[in-house]
Design a protein around this ligand. Structure first.
Ligand code: G3P
Ligand code: CA
Length: 294
């Protein structure tokens, strides 16, 4: 989709939602805000440059390499379980084939989520990656607990009716939201404004980040930033599309700016110079090193 039409679509969705739901029209972010002076190191799909994405070892490495957040993409199984997977199909990151929406959790659990990585990256292969399973969101929370921070994306929410309700249920079960949960434990992100608005309506305390996909150099108007600010605390966009003016515009409105997915030192340095407040990276170790030396 072209940049202009994407932004128009965002505004259209916002105007439709606001016009149909008067309570949202005046809705504001109610949760505690994040400190913009703390640059967030987000381990993208875990430390996915070092281990198979969205597996426990990738998340463990993300923490060990000083990632502030574990990034988790969500899909939902045929029987309604939220799992950590980037693609709608299992083909790329497992030894199976087909759509997650057509498979039960029991079927997903039969799949090997690590061997593909060993084959694709023999220099980083490890015997223990073979046979890894796809984790559910609940298993990730069980494993890493409330001591970790999670940056969770609702992927393909149009494919999974009820995904947001299930996400809120799991967040509440593990006490990741609510008065005793620092909001910074969980950030929710999506390319879908509709999905974020649903999350905002379900629990306005949960901090949200609007992802935007640009197919050409990114431009955003003051009105567009302000519309997003009604429900989100930040914007995420590809680092290859944004420039300093974009970052300054977003920051000027008091929103966080988190580019994705930044894997080399020079790009990290440039983005930090522009004033971003964090970034997604497959190599949290490199970003940590860059930030230590500034
Ligand atoms: O969530 C930020 C970034 O991860 C968006 O791109 O495709 O890697 O989910 P993707
Ligand atoms: Ca993502």
């Amino acid at each position: 989709m072209k940049k202009i039409s994407y932004i128009s679509a965002v505004l259209l969705v916002l105007s439709m939602v606001f016009s149909f739901n008067p309570t949202l029209a005046s809705a504001k972010v109610e949760g505690p805000s994040l400190n913009p002076n703390k640059i967030l190191n987000v381990a993208h799909r875990g430390a996915s440059g070092h281990a198979p994405e969205h597996t426990v070892p990738a998340y463990e490495l993300g923490e060990a390499m000083k990632g502030d957040y574990i990034e988790i993409d969500l899909q939902m199984t045929k029987d309604g379980v939220l799992i950590a997977m980037h693609d709608e199909k299992v083909d790329r990151t497992t030894d199976g084939t087909g759509f997650v929406k057509d498979m039960t959790l029991a079927e997903i659990k039969q799949l090997d989520a690590g061997t593909w990585f060993n084959e694709a990256y023999p220099d980083r292969a490890k015997a223990e990656y073979a046979g890894l399973t796809v984790p559910t969101l609940e298993e990730v929370f069980e494993e890493f607990g409330r001591g970790a921070r999670y940056y969770i994306e609702t992927k393909a929410p149009n494919v999974y009716p009820g995904m947001e309700e299930e996400l809120v249920r799991v967040l509440e079960k593990y006490k990741m939201t609510g008065p005793n949960a620092p909001s910074s434990k969980v950030l929710i992100q999506s390319f879908s404004p509709d999905s974020l608005l649903k999350m905002h309506a379900l629990d306005p305390r949960i901090p949200l980040v609007q992802l935007i996909s640009y197919s050409s150099p990114a431009v955003i108007t003051d009105a567009e930033v302000e519309a997003i600010k009604e429900y989100a605390i930040g914007i995420g966009a590809s680092y290859t599309r944004i420039d300093q003016a974009y970052v300054e515009k977003v920051r000027g409105h008091g929103l966080l700016m988190h580019p994705y997915t930044v894997n080399n030192r020079e790009d990290m340095e440039r983005l930090l110079d522009w004033g971003v407040t964090g970034m997604f990276t497959n190599f949290p170790d490199i970003l940590n090193d860059v930030m230590k030396n500034r």
